[in-house]
Design a protein around this ligand. Structure first.
Ligand code: HAM
Length: 422
């Protein structure tokens, strides 16, 4: 019978990678807490309308990439392609603006987009997501970007750069839309079929087109940054000033428009040259009208999301962290009595808080030691019937290749002192 494979673009995360995932997730939680964020978890499935309204009908995500299906009652549901709309939905639904003082949230979890899978791009992927509601001060924009950069630096990723842009407010957008449309329509015949549609529906989206002829045309297109109103411009200048004060390096990229329609004013991406085509480690920005559009109070918002798989690819490359069972003890059990007593001893050590594994099968000493080695165990306890009758075991320091005899009574304090040192 053919074995069943996972769904294309949806990957298992195997035990040898988990250390990296946990390292990144735990670091994120620790840093977000330092900045006053609280964790929120929302369902993976939402009503489709949340995303069509939230992300925008004319975006690639909504047009082509959502996993949408009907439930048994014929309601249209969607696997979340991003978390911002869901977090806002939860904030409104639980009336958190009146019932709670909490304004800063983070969410870590899987997202789903039906894109063509390739390195760094998957159909189920994971994001570390941050959102802040109710504050429109430029100071916060800078702090949010500082937070994203600090997190990446603290997990050891230094070769990333922050690109920023201002997408203006809806008013700036209306006049710019016409200017851009007019420019693009001059080249209508050369634009790809997708951009031909985008010109009318959402011309800003053309900036993200990968078709060479469109890229060429867009390279000379007018940039929204040159057309934003005074108030948006002031906001953007202040954001830059705060970034400088926080020593955050950045590049202004007037062509960066982001793939979701909700952004206004500040938009940013964190990119790297080490991921090939999928160069964005994360992205975010301000979305001041979104909460109102989703039926909530008119509160501004800003946030970002980082792609976990891309972070893990970079961490693996930078070989910053190797899985190391630095605290693991492996019990090598030789003989029938040793197997029975060693089994009990292993449970006792586990209840004392040690990380312990053992050979459940009756195998040779050599083969058990090989397993201990492969697992990267720090210590081996070698228990034989003869030693047991004398109330002792052999203790082996796998890192230092030294071995000595220890009385069973002394085992716990001895292990504790060795493992605490390392
Ligand atoms: P986004 O730019 O669509 O923004 O996604 C953020 C990050 O998620 C990307 O930079 C990338 O690292 C990762 N990512 C996106 N799609 C994939 C994929 N198919 N496979 C692997 N990784 C992927 C958002 O999702 C916004 N909700 C961010 C945000 C939060 N803006 C404001 N608040």
């Amino acid at each position: 019978m053919q074995p069943i494979q996972s769904v294309k673009g949806m990957n298992d995360i195997l035990p040898e990678e988990i250390a990296l995932w946990r390292f990144a997730e735990e670091k994120a939680r620790e840093i977000f807490q330092r900045f006053g964020y609280s964790e929120i978890r929302t369902p993976i499935v939402e009503k489709t309308e949340l995303f069509t309204r939230g992300i925008g009908e004319a975006t690639d995500i909504v047009e082509k990439e959502m996993y949408t299906f009907q439930d048994k009652k014929g309601r249209s549901l969607t696997l979340r392609p991003e978390a911002t709309a869901s977090i806002i939905r939860a904030y409104i639904q639980h009336q958190m603006h009146v019932k709670s003082h909490q304004k800063k949230f983070y969410l870590i979890g899987p997202m789903f987009r039906h894109e063509r899978p390739q390195k760094g791009r998957y159909r189920q992927f994971h994001q570390i997501n941050v959102e802040v509601f109710g504050i429109d001060e430029p100071m916060l924009d800078a702090e949010v970007m500082f937070l994203a950069c600090l997190f990446l630096r603290e997990i050891g990723l230094k070769e990333v750069s922050l690109e920023i842009n201002s997408l203006g407010c809806p008013n700036c957008r209306i006049s710019f839309r016409e200017i851009l449309q007019e420019y693009l329509l001059q080249y209508q015949e050369s634009l790809c079929p997708d951009c031909n549609r985008r010109v009318y529906k959402n011309p800003l989206r053309c900036f993200d087109c990968k078709a060479p002829q469109c890229k060429e045309i867009l390279s000379n297109a007018p940039l929204i940054l040159d057309f934003i109103c005074d108030s948006c411009n002031r906001h953007f200048q202040e954001v830059q000033n705060f970034l400088r004060e926080l020593n955050v390096e950045f590049i202004i990229n007037g062509r960066m428009v982001r793939g979701l329609d909700y952004y206004v004013k500040t938009a940013f991406e964190i990119v790297t040259e080490h991921l090939g085509a999928q160069n964005a480690v994360g992205g975010g920005g301000r979305y001041d009208g979104l909460m109102k559009d989703l039926g909530g109070p008119d509160l501004p918002g800003i946030g970002f999301a980082l792609g976990m798989e891309r972070i893990i690819l970079l961490l693996k490359d930078s070989a910053k962290l190797q899985q190391d069972n630095n605290q693991m003890i492996y019990c090598v059990l030789l003989g029938d009595r040793a197997r029975a007593e060693g089994f009990k001893l292993a449970q006792k050590l586990r209840s004392e808080g040690f990380i312990v594994d053992l050979s459940y099968e009756d195998r040779s000493a050599k083969s058990q030691m090989r397993t201990a080695n492969k697992m990267g165990a720090r210590m081996a306890i070698i228990i034989g019937d003869d030693e047991l009758s004398q109330g002792v075991v052999q203790l082996r320091d796998m890192h230092r290749s030294s071995q000595w005899v220890v009385e069973i009574e002394e085992l716990v304090p001895e292990l504790r002192s060795i493992l605490n040192e390392s």
